[in-house]
Ligand binder design. Structure first.
Ligand code: ZN
Length: 469
């Protein structure tokens, strides 16, 4: 469907059999088509198939304004933008209109006059979904002028009266007419702007500088908010809250596999520094588990939440730390391992809000505790003490093993040869592989798990760690 193949004047448009449709009807029609063909409502959304998606489908079919409630990093913005996919690829609008007026029934005074004057010759333009989508991050600085409009002093100076609709410079919402307007963090709008938004949604009019202008816009409003902010008294004016027909609660991934699937989708690392990247499954699981531990931690403010971006950024950090090692030591592959985990402190700390308690709390210590919990769980998943008895016996005979994020992967081979049972434990983690990097990573997990289960002591000196019984 090319723009140039479409009718270019009102007369040609009407002659083509064109029937105007509201945004709601258009979104409904496109959703019904997808339901009939089993196409995804929003591609790339993981973990919401049985929870959020069915609720969105019902809301769209019912023609509702939606508010999405969820903590940070639950994909709310992605869902909202994804719903643009329910708009037609091209719809006609009156050329030059600031508010995308529908050609057969224009709303703004300029278009109404032009239609009367130009008749069938009125020029038509064809607009795309992104031209019919607007979004605004709500802050206390967002004004009525931004969202609704203001009097244009230049037009007033040209001799128009203030009460004349022609003097208005339309804001973001009217400019999204016949489309979708999204307000992120809705409770951060001032009460005055909330009233303006309500009037637009409910009364179909706008008040600008005391003048009421009728503006029957055709817009689906989607909003997002943190649940605690939304329900706090006084943050949202009641009539506006009532105007949102449905609240849809988003959530974090419910399983480790979903958390990892999101990382795999968002971080496409196949090769860096011309070297292959091999990430052991258990390393991905540790990174995802760390986030899950953070979401369950009483030391972290759970009202703001722990974003999936923590997992994504930690994973990127881990790969980067491993990349540095590979480049410095001239190794043939990039393999993240446990001694890279402390590097994640920097990518975790800024994304979680600590709860205020009586004691002094350091983000670094907290991240270390979370890492330990995550490593412990993943170690138990694959190993457990019953698979490590011979290894422990060897250490009890007085042996020690040194590891470091600066050591060559080959240096771990000697321990694998000398410590009875270590090879078997490592094989449980990575299978029968030849890769020195994977073997080194698995060796570190075996030893650290034994330390976390009080079977080995751990001494740190400089960048090196020594495990002993
Ligand atoms: Zn217009």
């Amino acid at each position: 469907m090319e723009r140039r193949d479409q009718p270019q004047t009102l007369g040609a448009l009407v002659a083509s059999g064109y029937r105007p449709q509201s945004v709601r009807a258009e979104m409904r029609r496109n959703l019904l088509r997808r339901l009939a063909t089993n196409d995804a409502l929003i591609p790339g959304i993981i973990g919401y198939d049985d929870t959020v998606i069915p609720e969105i489908e019902n809301a769209i079919l019912a023609g509702h304004h939606i508010v999405f409630l969820g903590e940070r990093g639950q994909g709310k913005s992605r869902i909202i933008r994804g719903l643009m996919g329910l708009l037609d690829p091209l719809v006609p609008a009156i050329e030059g209109c600031a508010i995308n007026d529908e050609p057969t029934a224009p709303v703004c005074s300029v278009c109404r006059r032009r239609r009367a004057a130009e008749g069938d010759a009125l020029p038509i333009t064809w607009i795309t979904p992104d031209q019919r989508y607007g979004e605004k991050l709500a802050t206390p600085d967002v004004s009525m002028a931004d969202l609704v409009g203001e009097v244009d002093p230049i037009k007033v100076a040209e001799g128009r009266y203030l009460a004349d609709e022609d003097t208005i410079h339309f804001g973001l919402i009217p400019r999204t007419n016949r489309g979708i307007f999204a307000v992120n963090e809705l409770p951060d709008l001032t009460e005055k702007v909330q009233v303006g938004l309500f009037n637009l949604m409910e009364e179909k009019d706008v008040q600008i500088k005391g003048y009421k202008i009728r503006l029957p816009l055709d817009i689906v409003i989607l909003a997002s908010a943190n649940p605690e902010d939304y329900t706090s008294r006084g943050r949202i004016i009641t009539p506006l809250k009532d105007r949102f027909d449905v609240q849809i609660r988003t959530h974090y991934p419910r399983t480790l596999d979903e958390e990892i699937a999101i990382v795999d989708q968002e971080v496409a690392v196949f090769e860096r520094a011309d070297l292959p990247i091999r990430v052991p499954v258990f390393m991905k699981e540790i990174v995802a588990q760390l986030t899950m531990e953070a979401r369950a931690s009483s030391e972290i403010n759970q009202a703001s939440g722990v974003s999936v971006r923590v997992t994504i950024n930690n994973f990127e950090t881990l790969v980067s730390n491993a990349e540095k090692r590979a480049v410095r030591l001239g190794e043939p592959e990039i393999v993240p391992r446990l001694t890279d985990l402390p590097a994640m402190t920097a990518s975790t700390a800024g994304k979680v809000e600590l709860e205020y308690g009586g004691e002094d709390k350091s983000e670094g210590d907290l991240v270390e505790r979370l890492i330990n919990r995550a490593v412990s769980k993943i170690w138990e998943k694959y190993l457990g003490l019953e698979h490590c008895e011979r290894i422990v016996a060897h250490f009890e005979a007085g042996w020690g093993v040194e590891v470091s994020d600066r050591m060559r992967a080959e240096e771990y081979q000697e321990g694998l040869r000398q410590i009875p049972g270590l090879g078997d434990a490592v094989a449980r983690l990575v299978g029968p592989v030849e890769s020195p990097g994977l073997l080194a990573a698995a060796t570190e997990l075996v030893l650290e798990g034994l330390h976390l289960h009080q079977k080995l002591n751990k001494e740190r000196e400089g960048g090196r760690t020594t495990y002993r019984a």
